[in-house]
Design a binder for this molecule. Structure first.
Ligand SMILES: *Cc1c(COP(=O)(O)O)cnc(C)c1O
Length: 412
């Protein structure tokens, strides 16, 4: 029946009827638009329109759509072997891990398949670390209230968002929360939160879903200091802000701090699902055979694509270019803000993790941008997230700026 429909009508008609005939679960509020293909920073809709894509699969498409180098890596691997499992040696994974460790704080890499899996595994590593030291009572994790670490049962309770945990009880114990308010300019209240049973502090270096809130460098430094002092671990969730998005390989490099554990995902795969936990030797030692596992973790296809992503990102001047162009983008956005102070409250972010905070609910504004062929996505606190590919061109940024300005002008 469905096959009949799809062969008879084009996807555009299908999408209109989606509400009535969709076999997909209803857990997303999908926009009524579908795409035939993408190329670089653009998506082409089934109705023949070209959209400038600054959603980027939610900070996933580091190198845009249909990047030839990534296509080559994927198809080359696809002809060799798709999947082997972790019962055998993993040369593609080894190669990627070397690239990551050579260019970061990390000594060891453990692969999973998504961001939530990476944050959960990070929690496991922190707890197992203290278990291996004979201190299994140290198992609580301090997180920021209304942060975002993914949608699994533990991750939603780590995030501490009432909305996300509602209806998914019983409550997963082991998490304590502090308010982001306490982050400015330092951490007046965090010392009191750290108890004898605290194992780690886990925060996003830049809070993505929470409204593109950058944790000040001073705060990160202070966090490192207090973690050293209290002998607990620092987990920095770089699932969204890592892998070049802020103009450095990792966002915490801006503050020059060295975390103990870092979950990554989104951008490293450039569109192919992958997650990983990066660790120092000190903590990685506790992850002995059998302590964690993932059937798909380190899958050769994911490894090959991620290797190709990093080949591009780690090229000389790539991050420099991200910094240069993103600073231009932010500067010009601030000019638009100054021109429309009644609409735009604040321009937030670092690198190409950009937030435009409005004075009011952003939904209609996002819709207007879309009607003008610019795709963006929401975040908390009335924020519109702008997430171009890291290799976006200046003329594409100018097109986005022109569109945002136009919508501001016409906005009632
Ligand atoms: C997206 C995100 C996650 C969850 O990633 P999934 O791949 O959706 O499970 C976790 N942490 C942060 C900071 C994220 O932005």
């Amino acid at each position: 029946m469905v096959a009949f429909y799809l062969s008879q009508y084009d996807l555009y008609v299908y999408k209109i009827n989606t509400k009535f005939m969709s076999s997909l679960a209803n857990n997303y509020n999908r926009r009524k638009i579908s795409f035939k293909y993408g190329k670089g920073s653009f998506l082409y809709s089934t109705s023949g329109k070209r959209y400038l894509d600054m959603v980027g699969g939610i900070a996933v498409l580091s190198l845009g759509h249909a990047n030839p180098y990534l296509i080559k890596a994927l198809t080359k691997q696809a002809k060799k072997v798709w999947h082997i499992s972790n019962a055998f040696l993993a040369p593609e994974g080894e190669k990627l891990a070397k690239k990551i460790t050579r260019n970061s704080f990390a000594d060891k890499v453990m692969y999973v398949n998504s961001g939530a899996e990476a944050t959960e595994a990070s929690i496991k590593v922190a707890r197992r670390y203290f278990f291996s030291k004979g201190k299994s009572y140290k198992n609580r994790i301090i997180c920021i209230k209304n942060s975002f670490h993914g949608r699994t049962i533990a991750a939603i309770h780590a995030s501490g968002s009432k909305k996300m945990v509602e209806g998914f009880g019983p409550k997963v114990p082991g998490f304590d929360h502090i308010d982001f308010k306490n982050f400015k300019p330092r951490f007046p209240n965090i010392r009191k939160k750290i108890k004898k049973n605290t194992a780690a502090i886990m925060i996003e270096t830049v809070m993505g879903e929470g409204g593109v809130k950058v944790v000040p460098n001073k705060c990160l430094k202070y966090l490192r200091k207090i973690c050293n002092e209290k002998k607990i671990l620092l987990i920095l969730d770089e699932v969204q802000c890592g892998i070049g998005r802020t103009g450095k390989f990792f966002a915490f490099e801006h503050a020059n701090v060295r975390p103990d554990i870092v979950p990554i995902a989104k951008g490293i795969g450039g569109g192919f699902p992958i997650g990983a936990v990066l660790m120092t030797n000190k903590v990685a030692k506790c992850m002995t055979p059998g302590t964690h596992g993932s059937t798909f973790g380190g899958n050769p296809l994911a490894m090959s694509v991620s290797n190709a992503v990093l080949d591009q990102l780690l090229k000389k001047n790539f991050f420099k270019n991200v910094t240069k162009l993103s600073q231009y983008f932010l500067k010009e956005l601030n000019k638009i803000k100054d021109e429309f102070p009644k609409i735009i409250k604040e321009i937030r972010g670092k690198g190409f993790l950009i937030g435009i905070q409005l004075h009011f609910d952003q939904s209609n504004f996002i819709k207007s941008l879309e009607q003008n062929y610019l795709l963006t996505i929401r975040a908390s606190e009335n924020v519109i997230r702008v997430l171009p590919p890291l290799n976006v061109k200046k003329i594409e940024i100018d097109l986005a700026l022109k569109t945002i300005k136009k919508v501001c002008k016409e906005y009632k």
